[in-house]
Ligand binder design. Structure first.
Ligand SMILES: Cc1cc2nc3c(=O)[nH]c(=O)nc-3n(C[C@H](O)[C@H](O)[C@H](O)COP(=O)(O)O)c2cc1C
Ligand code: SF4
Ligand code: SF4
Length: 252
Protein backbone atom coordinates (compact mmCIF):
# COMPACT_ATOMS: atom_id res chain seq x y z
CA UNK A 1 0.00 0.00 0.00
CA UNK A 2 1.53 3.33 -1.00
CA UNK A 3 1.57 6.14 1.53
CA UNK A 4 1.77 9.90 0.95
CA UNK A 5 4.79 11.60 2.54
CA UNK A 6 4.09 15.30 3.06
CA UNK A 7 7.45 17.05 3.32
CA UNK A 8 7.86 20.80 3.67
CA UNK A 9 9.87 23.68 5.11
CA UNK A 10 7.28 26.36 5.76
CA UNK A 11 8.12 29.21 8.15
CA UNK A 12 4.92 31.15 7.45
CA UNK A 13 2.81 28.04 6.69
CA UNK A 14 1.74 28.68 3.08
CA UNK A 15 4.03 26.01 1.60
CA UNK A 16 2.57 23.57 4.09
CA UNK A 17 -0.92 24.61 2.90
CA UNK A 18 -0.04 23.91 -0.75
CA UNK A 19 1.50 20.49 0.06
CA UNK A 20 -1.56 19.57 2.15
CA UNK A 21 -3.83 20.62 -0.74
CA UNK A 22 -2.01 18.42 -3.28
CA UNK A 23 -1.95 15.53 -0.78
CA UNK A 24 -5.67 15.74 -0.04
CA UNK A 25 -6.45 14.70 -3.64
CA UNK A 26 -4.72 11.33 -3.22
CA UNK A 27 -7.13 10.19 -0.49
CA UNK A 28 -4.48 7.93 1.02
CA UNK A 29 -2.88 7.48 4.40
CA UNK A 30 -0.11 10.04 4.99
CA UNK A 31 2.87 10.98 7.15
CA UNK A 32 4.08 14.54 7.71
CA UNK A 33 7.70 15.75 7.83
CA UNK A 34 7.81 19.41 8.85
CA UNK A 35 11.45 20.36 8.29
CA UNK A 36 11.30 23.17 10.85
CA UNK A 37 10.83 20.48 13.49
CA UNK A 38 12.44 17.47 11.82
CA UNK A 39 16.20 17.51 11.26
CA UNK A 40 17.20 13.84 10.97
CA UNK A 41 17.96 11.23 8.34
CA UNK A 42 14.99 9.47 6.78
CA UNK A 43 14.69 6.88 4.03
CA UNK A 44 11.62 6.28 1.87
CA UNK A 45 10.55 3.17 -0.02
CA UNK A 46 9.71 2.68 -3.69
CA UNK A 47 6.03 2.45 -2.75
CA UNK A 48 5.95 5.87 -1.04
CA UNK A 49 4.84 9.03 -2.84
CA UNK A 50 6.63 12.17 -1.62
CA UNK A 51 5.03 15.60 -1.99
CA UNK A 52 7.84 18.04 -1.30
CA UNK A 53 7.28 21.78 -0.85
CA UNK A 54 9.88 24.48 -0.30
CA UNK A 55 9.48 28.26 -0.28
CA UNK A 56 11.68 30.41 -2.52
CA UNK A 57 14.13 32.68 -0.72
CA UNK A 58 15.95 35.14 -2.99
CA UNK A 59 15.59 32.81 -5.97
CA UNK A 60 16.96 29.76 -4.10
CA UNK A 61 15.80 27.13 -1.66
CA UNK A 62 16.25 28.31 1.95
CA UNK A 63 19.67 26.95 2.97
CA UNK A 64 18.44 25.33 6.21
CA UNK A 65 15.49 23.74 4.43
CA UNK A 66 17.81 22.43 1.72
CA UNK A 67 20.26 21.00 4.26
CA UNK A 68 17.45 19.22 6.12
CA UNK A 69 15.87 17.88 2.94
CA UNK A 70 19.29 16.60 1.83
CA UNK A 71 19.12 14.12 4.74
CA UNK A 72 16.12 12.41 3.07
CA UNK A 73 16.86 9.49 0.75
CA UNK A 74 14.50 7.96 -1.78
CA UNK A 75 14.63 4.46 -3.26
CA UNK A 76 13.28 5.35 -6.67
CA UNK A 77 10.48 7.00 -4.66
CA UNK A 78 7.98 8.96 -6.77
CA UNK A 79 8.09 12.66 -5.89
CA UNK A 80 6.22 15.86 -6.71
CA UNK A 81 8.37 18.98 -6.29
CA UNK A 82 6.73 22.30 -5.41
CA UNK A 83 8.53 25.64 -5.09
CA UNK A 84 6.20 28.17 -3.48
CA UNK A 85 6.91 31.88 -3.87
CA UNK A 86 5.60 35.33 -3.06
CA UNK A 87 4.65 36.59 -6.54
CA UNK A 88 8.10 38.10 -7.17
CA UNK A 89 10.77 35.78 -8.61
CA UNK A 90 11.40 32.05 -9.04
CA UNK A 91 14.93 32.11 -10.55
CA UNK A 92 16.64 28.70 -10.00
CA UNK A 93 14.71 27.42 -6.98
CA UNK A 94 12.44 24.86 -8.66
CA UNK A 95 15.34 23.42 -10.66
CA UNK A 96 17.40 23.29 -7.45
CA UNK A 97 14.62 21.35 -5.71
CA UNK A 98 14.15 18.90 -8.59
CA UNK A 99 17.91 18.32 -8.90
CA UNK A 100 18.34 17.79 -5.14
CA UNK A 101 15.53 15.24 -5.05
CA UNK A 102 16.89 13.37 -8.08
CA UNK A 103 20.42 13.29 -6.58
CA UNK A 104 18.95 11.73 -3.45
CA UNK A 105 17.11 8.84 -5.09
CA UNK A 106 13.69 10.33 -5.81
CA UNK A 107 11.93 9.87 -9.16
CA UNK A 108 10.44 13.33 -9.72
CA UNK A 109 7.35 12.84 -11.88
CA UNK A 110 5.97 16.40 -11.71
CA UNK A 111 6.86 19.85 -10.45
CA UNK A 112 5.19 23.20 -9.85
CA UNK A 113 5.73 26.77 -8.84
CA UNK A 114 2.84 28.09 -6.76
CA UNK A 115 2.11 31.62 -5.57
CA UNK A 116 1.39 32.53 -1.96
CA UNK A 117 1.20 35.60 0.26
CA UNK A 118 4.67 37.20 0.51
CA UNK A 119 5.94 36.44 3.99
CA UNK A 120 8.09 39.59 4.24
CA UNK A 121 6.20 42.17 2.18
CA UNK A 122 2.65 41.59 3.38
CA UNK A 123 1.03 43.77 0.69
CA UNK A 124 2.04 41.30 -2.04
CA UNK A 125 -0.16 38.35 -3.11
CA UNK A 126 -2.58 38.97 -0.24
CA UNK A 127 -4.95 36.06 0.37
CA UNK A 128 -3.08 33.61 -1.84
CA UNK A 129 -3.32 30.76 -2.46
CA UNK A 130 -6.91 31.72 -3.28
CA UNK A 131 -9.79 29.71 -4.78
CA UNK A 132 -8.38 30.06 -8.33
CA UNK A 133 -5.02 28.74 -7.14
CA UNK A 134 -6.63 25.87 -5.25
CA UNK A 135 -8.61 24.85 -8.35
CA UNK A 136 -5.41 24.72 -10.43
CA UNK A 137 -3.53 22.89 -7.68
CA UNK A 138 -6.29 20.25 -7.51
CA UNK A 139 -6.20 19.80 -11.31
CA UNK A 140 -2.42 19.39 -11.10
CA UNK A 141 -2.77 16.81 -8.33
CA UNK A 142 -5.26 14.81 -10.42
CA UNK A 143 -2.78 14.79 -13.33
CA UNK A 144 -0.04 13.62 -10.93
CA UNK A 145 -2.25 10.74 -9.79
CA UNK A 146 -2.85 9.72 -13.43
CA UNK A 147 0.89 9.90 -14.16
CA UNK A 148 1.77 7.74 -11.18
CA UNK A 149 -0.87 5.18 -12.13
CA UNK A 150 0.35 5.00 -15.73
CA UNK A 151 4.06 4.99 -14.73
CA UNK A 152 4.94 8.07 -16.81
CA UNK A 153 8.04 10.14 -16.06
CA UNK A 154 8.63 13.89 -16.03
CA UNK A 155 9.00 15.12 -19.60
CA UNK A 156 8.71 18.93 -19.22
CA UNK A 157 11.86 21.00 -18.94
CA UNK A 158 12.24 22.75 -15.57
CA UNK A 159 13.20 26.44 -15.86
CA UNK A 160 16.36 27.70 -14.17
CA UNK A 161 20.12 27.49 -14.39
CA UNK A 162 22.06 24.65 -12.70
CA UNK A 163 24.70 27.20 -11.72
CA UNK A 164 22.31 28.48 -9.04
CA UNK A 165 22.43 32.16 -8.18
CA UNK A 166 24.47 32.81 -4.98
CA UNK A 167 22.68 32.92 -1.62
CA UNK A 168 21.70 36.45 -0.62
CA UNK A 169 21.31 37.69 2.96
CA UNK A 170 18.53 40.28 3.22
CA UNK A 171 19.51 43.47 5.07
CA UNK A 172 16.28 43.76 7.06
CA UNK A 173 16.15 43.83 10.85
CA UNK A 174 13.91 41.49 12.87
CA UNK A 175 12.95 43.23 16.10
CA UNK A 176 11.02 42.13 19.18
CA UNK A 177 8.88 44.33 21.42
CA UNK A 178 10.01 43.37 24.92
CA UNK A 179 6.94 45.10 26.42
CA UNK A 180 4.63 42.49 24.90
CA UNK A 181 6.84 39.37 24.83
CA UNK A 182 5.46 36.80 27.28
CA UNK A 183 8.70 34.78 27.36
CA UNK A 184 7.08 31.60 26.07
CA UNK A 185 10.29 30.68 24.16
CA UNK A 186 8.36 29.30 21.15
CA UNK A 187 10.51 31.44 18.86
CA UNK A 188 13.69 30.01 20.39
CA UNK A 189 12.48 26.43 19.76
CA UNK A 190 11.36 27.00 16.16
CA UNK A 191 14.32 29.07 14.89
CA UNK A 192 16.25 26.89 12.42
CA UNK A 193 19.42 28.98 12.78
CA UNK A 194 19.63 29.15 16.59
CA UNK A 195 19.60 32.92 16.12
CA UNK A 196 17.45 33.67 19.20
CA UNK A 197 19.29 33.28 22.52
CA UNK A 198 17.43 30.92 24.89
CA UNK A 199 18.16 33.20 27.84
CA UNK A 200 17.05 36.35 25.99
CA UNK A 201 14.30 35.80 23.36
CA UNK A 202 13.77 39.50 22.72
CA UNK A 203 17.14 39.55 21.00
CA UNK A 204 18.05 38.17 17.56
CA UNK A 205 21.53 37.47 16.22
CA UNK A 206 21.13 39.05 12.79
CA UNK A 207 24.36 37.44 11.54
CA UNK A 208 22.81 33.98 12.06
CA UNK A 209 19.21 34.90 11.17
CA UNK A 210 18.07 33.94 7.64
CA UNK A 211 14.95 36.17 7.92
CA UNK A 212 12.87 33.02 7.41
CA UNK A 213 9.85 34.45 9.36
CA UNK A 214 9.21 31.33 11.48
CA UNK A 215 9.58 33.26 14.75
CA UNK A 216 7.24 36.03 13.58
CA UNK A 217 4.65 33.48 12.54
CA UNK A 218 4.79 31.42 15.73
CA UNK A 219 4.84 34.27 18.26
CA UNK A 220 1.48 34.21 20.13
CA UNK A 221 1.85 37.88 21.13
CA UNK A 222 2.79 39.31 17.70
CA UNK A 223 5.90 40.69 19.38
CA UNK A 224 8.30 40.06 16.48
CA UNK A 225 8.38 41.89 13.14
CA UNK A 226 10.54 43.24 10.33
CA UNK A 227 11.63 46.79 11.03
CA UNK A 228 14.31 49.34 10.29
CA UNK A 229 14.99 51.89 7.60
CA UNK A 230 16.06 49.41 4.88
CA UNK A 231 12.79 47.49 5.27
CA UNK A 232 10.52 50.56 5.48
CA UNK A 233 12.19 52.10 2.42
CA UNK A 234 12.05 48.93 0.32
CA UNK A 235 8.46 47.93 1.20
CA UNK A 236 6.40 50.37 -0.95
CA UNK A 237 8.64 50.03 -4.01
CA UNK A 238 8.69 46.23 -3.75
CA UNK A 239 4.92 46.01 -3.31
CA UNK A 240 4.38 48.28 -6.32
CA UNK A 241 6.84 46.35 -8.51
CA UNK A 242 5.22 43.00 -7.68
CA UNK A 243 1.55 44.00 -7.68
CA UNK A 244 0.70 42.22 -10.93
CA UNK A 245 -0.75 38.75 -10.37
CA UNK A 246 1.51 35.85 -11.32
CA UNK A 247 0.04 32.40 -11.88
CA UNK A 248 1.16 28.97 -10.74
CA UNK A 249 3.04 26.93 -13.36
CA UNK A 250 2.95 23.16 -13.67
CA UNK A 251 5.50 20.78 -15.18
CA UNK A 252 4.44 17.22 -16.00
C1 LIG B 1 14.06 35.41 3.22
C2 LIG B 1 12.96 35.40 2.21
C3 LIG B 1 13.24 35.54 0.87
C4 LIG B 1 12.20 35.51 -0.08
N1 LIG B 1 12.52 35.58 -1.41
C5 LIG B 1 11.52 35.50 -2.32
C6 LIG B 1 11.83 35.47 -3.72
O1 LIG B 1 12.98 35.44 -4.16
N2 LIG B 1 10.80 35.46 -4.59
C7 LIG B 1 9.49 35.49 -4.17
O2 LIG B 1 8.61 35.58 -5.02
N3 LIG B 1 9.17 35.43 -2.86
C8 LIG B 1 10.17 35.42 -1.93
N4 LIG B 1 9.86 35.34 -0.60
C9 LIG B 1 8.45 35.10 -0.22
C10 LIG B 1 8.18 33.63 0.04
O3 LIG B 1 8.73 32.80 -0.97
C11 LIG B 1 6.69 33.36 0.11
O4 LIG B 1 6.07 34.26 0.99
C12 LIG B 1 6.35 31.95 0.52
O5 LIG B 1 4.94 31.83 0.45
C13 LIG B 1 6.81 31.64 1.93
O6 LIG B 1 6.49 30.31 2.24
P1 LIG B 1 6.04 29.87 3.71
O7 LIG B 1 4.70 30.52 3.98
O8 LIG B 1 5.91 28.39 3.60
O9 LIG B 1 7.10 30.33 4.65
C14 LIG B 1 10.86 35.36 0.35
C15 LIG B 1 10.58 35.24 1.71
C16 LIG B 1 11.60 35.23 2.63
C17 LIG B 1 11.27 35.05 4.07
S1 SF4 C 1 15.35 34.63 14.14
FE1 SF4 C 1 15.59 34.69 11.94
S2 SF4 C 1 16.17 32.59 11.36
FE2 SF4 C 1 15.30 32.52 13.43
S3 SF4 C 1 13.14 32.04 13.13
FE3 SF4 C 1 13.32 34.28 13.26
S4 SF4 C 1 13.50 34.93 11.11
FE4 SF4 C 1 13.95 32.71 11.17
S1 SF4 D 1 7.46 33.68 20.69
FE1 SF4 D 1 6.96 35.84 21.08
S2 SF4 D 1 6.18 35.89 23.16
FE2 SF4 D 1 7.25 33.92 22.92
S3 SF4 D 1 9.35 34.36 23.63
FE3 SF4 D 1 9.33 34.67 21.42
S4 SF4 D 1 8.96 36.86 21.16
FE4 SF4 D 1 8.37 36.34 23.26
Amino acid sequence: MSKIMKIFFSPSQTTKQVVEQVASNFKKESETYDLLNFNSKKEFSKEDIAIVGMPIFAGRLPKSGRDRLAKFKGNDTKAIAIANYGNAQVKDALLELVELLKENGFDVIAAATTVSHHSIFDGVAVGRPDSEDIKKINEFAEKCIEKIESGESLTSEIPGNSQYIPYKQLPFIISCDDAICSFCYDCVSICPEQAIPDDDPVNTDLDLCSRCTACINICPEDARKFSGEAFETKKPAFEQANSERREPEFYL
